[in-house]
Design a protein around this ligand. Structure first.
Ligand code: GLU
Length: 292
């Protein structure tokens, strides 16, 4: 790939779409409805660590569902794929991300919809205290990204916790289905899930994460294995089939790369062996993906 030409192409796309005013802010989490709809940034990180930034690439935003691939990778490492599969499926759901719907074994369809991500949160260090479990997640982000800047938006966390009837409903259904690990507490599990959605970063950091996944989990200086290649493969598979909400099938068909979006208007996309891309622009289409 010619890096300069590639970046020039991204710059042209940015200029072409920057004045698009389509879409709406997510309003079911009140704090997200107060985001600035004009923010727009794109970062691209190459496998050898070159970074191209255009627009609001220093702005911190809560990563929302872009946290889900990381949590999935963490529980695959902690428990192994077989144990995780006892709690979470790996198929696209064909339903909305927060739908009250399970697979034929009464498990969540995959780890990237809300039910699966709540289940995944329950599997993060299940026997530790809640403060340690949150610490474990934020430290993992800092370790993988090699950055201490990763932060947390408490207002988003509180806003999300206060408007979570549907996520509580999903959790109670899964408790009744008997698929949570033993001794799981709904309240603790949901708090951890909301906390992981309220972690904040910039497009620069999120594109670096995408680049590390594109590099089979190796650091961008190729020295360290940050995430095991088998886990990267498992994460990219579910991102490819289920990462873009109800648009996932069309996305895979038309665009053809693993990606994940979040309702704050962020997306990260992985082009294996080439680069990682992250985009942030809050207005969403009716599937929940950033319009831009
Ligand atoms: N925290 C959000 C929720 O549970 C996640 C939404 C998303 O980004 O998909 O509704």
């Amino acid at each position: 790939m010619n890096w300069e030409n590639f970046c020039e192409g991204i710059r042209e796309i940015y200029e072409e779409i920057k004045d698009d005013v389509g879409g709406n802010l997510a309003d079911y989490i009140p704090q997200l409805a107060s985001a600035d709809p004009n923010l727009f940034g794109i970062s691209v990180t190459s496998l050898d660590g070159k970074v191209f930034n255009i627009g609001n690439t220093d702005t911190r935003f809560c990563i929302q569902s872009c946290s889900k691939p990381m949590i999935y990778a963490m529980i695959l490492k902690e428990h192994g794929a077989e144990k995780v599969a006892q709690h979470i499926g790996r198929e696209p759901s064909g339903k909305m991300f927060n739908s009250l719907d399970f697979n034929s074994e009464n498990k969540p369809h995959n780890p990237l919809i809300n039910a699966g991500a709540i289940m995944a949160a329950s599997l993060v260090k299940p026997n530790e205290r809640s403060d340690k479990r949150y610490d474990h997640i934020i430290k993992e982000w800092k370790r993988v990204l090699g950055s201490q800047e990763i932060s947390f938006d408490n207002s988003v966390f509180l806003s999300e916790r206060n408007t979570a009837s549907r996520n509580y409903a999903l959790s109670h259904l899964m408790m009744e289905n008997g698929i949570f690990p033993n001794n799981s507490q709904i309240e603790d599990t949901l708090q951890l899930y909301f906390q992981s959605c309220s972690i904040t970063m910039t497009t620069q950091e999120l594109s670096k994460y995408a680049a590390i996944l594109a590099n089979s989990g190796k650091s961008l200086d190729d020295v360290e294995c940050l995430i095991e290649p088998q886990i990267v493969k498992d994460v990219l598979c579910v991102m490819y089939s289920s990462g873009m909400y109800d648009y996932s099938g069309r996305w895979s068909y038309d665009i053809g790369i693993p990606a994940k979006s979040g309702v704050s208007g962020c997306i990260f996309a992985v082009i294996p062996n080439v680069c990682g891309i992250s985009i942030f622009s809050p207005p969403l289409d009716n599937m929940g993906n950033s319009v831009k």
